[in-house]
Write a protein that binds this ligand. Structure first.
Ligand code: NAP
Length: 265
């Protein structure tokens, strides 16, 4: 399928590895030029070089912490310089997830960090990108959130709370910008085979004294598909949500979880 977005410009936040990288690769395959961001320069440069070589698109790297004002300003400026229209057409909001823990241990500082990373950062980037998208009459925003928005994961309470705030913002704003050709949705990962999943499995290994293989097997057994998802599957879904064909999909929360969320609707 031709996604109809060749030549567009996308910002991929937190895109050197994992789900963000999956989105970057799928958009590049559709002919989209990219600004990709992460804190670690080495992995970021390696990912950019690989994407340029495989897909022949332009890839600009912005090594920065996306949860800081300076990082957000830098990715927006890079997109403005790269795009023929002067700004990002597509914004993929992403950042690292909060650490697991216990509700009784989280301080105000822990909450502030989670809210900064998983709620305020995507809201502020969206707020900065929307005026240009509205003016040009076309835009796509996809927020990488989590299945924890629909079905709480106790140890990830910081994620449950912060991402719920983002979800509320998107629900209202998506409908306000839809008349201008701007399409905003959330993509909710279930368990995917990335470094993040390895870190969460590692926490179970430590807490319960079991092997990594057992921790992985136990979590995979909770998923009807009986396996972890892949970054490539996630990226392909994201690219469709950024495509010309997704213009009627407004303010949705799309679960990609192998059937993990048990519901009829
Ligand atoms: P990952 O494999 O650990 O990759 C995280 C990526 O984000 C890396 O490129 C990392 O690079 C970058 N990053 C982290 N913090 C950043 C920051 N402050 N500024 C800029 N870049 C940053 O993680 P993932 O599995 O792809 O997860 C992506 C998001 O989906 C996370 O919020 C996670 O909580 C959520 N999620 C994942 C799963 C899953 O099963 N994988 C499930 C539900 C939700 P640097 O470290 O070099 O910055």
């Amino acid at each position: 399928m031709d996604l109809g977005i060749k030549g567009r410009t996308a910002i991929i936040c937190a895109g050197s590895k994992g789900l963000g990288r999956g989105c970057a690769e799928a958009l590049a395959e559709a002919g989209v030029n990219l600004v990709i961001n992460a804190r670690g320069v080495e992995a970021l440069e390696a990912t950019a070089a690989d994407i340029r070589a495989r897909f022949g698109v332009e890839v600009v790297v912005v090594p920065a912490d996306i949860t800081a004002d300076a990082g957000r300003d830098a990715v927006l400026a890079a997109a403005a310089a790269l795009s023929p229209t002067g700004g990002a057409d597509i914004l993929i909001n992403n950042a690292g997830g909060p650490p697991p823990g216990m509700w009784s241990d989280w301080t105000r500082a822990d909450w502030q960090k989670a809210i900064d990373g998983n709620m305020l950062t995507p809201i502020l980037l969206t707020t900065a990108a929307l005026p240009g998208m509205i003016e040009r009459g076309w835009g796509r925003v996809v927020n990488i959130t989590s299945q924890s928005v629909k079905s709480p994961i106790g140890v990830l309470g910081l994620s449950n709370g912060a991402r719920a705030g983002l979800t509320g913002f998107v629900a209202g704003t998506a409908r306000q910008v839809a008349p201008f050709g701007v399409v905003m949705n959330n993509l909710l990962p279930g368990i995917h085979a990335t470094d993040r999943a390895v870190a969460l499995d590692g926490a179970v290994v430590k807490a319960e004294g079991i092997s990594m293989q057992e921790a992985h097997g136990r979590r995979a057994a909770t998923i009807p598909a009986r396996r972890y998802g892949t970054a490539a599957e996630f990226g392909a879904t994201c690219a469709f949500m950024c495509s010309q064909h997704a213009g009627f999909m407004i303010g949705q929360n799309i679960s990609l979880d192998g059937g993990g969320f048990n519901s009829t609707l």
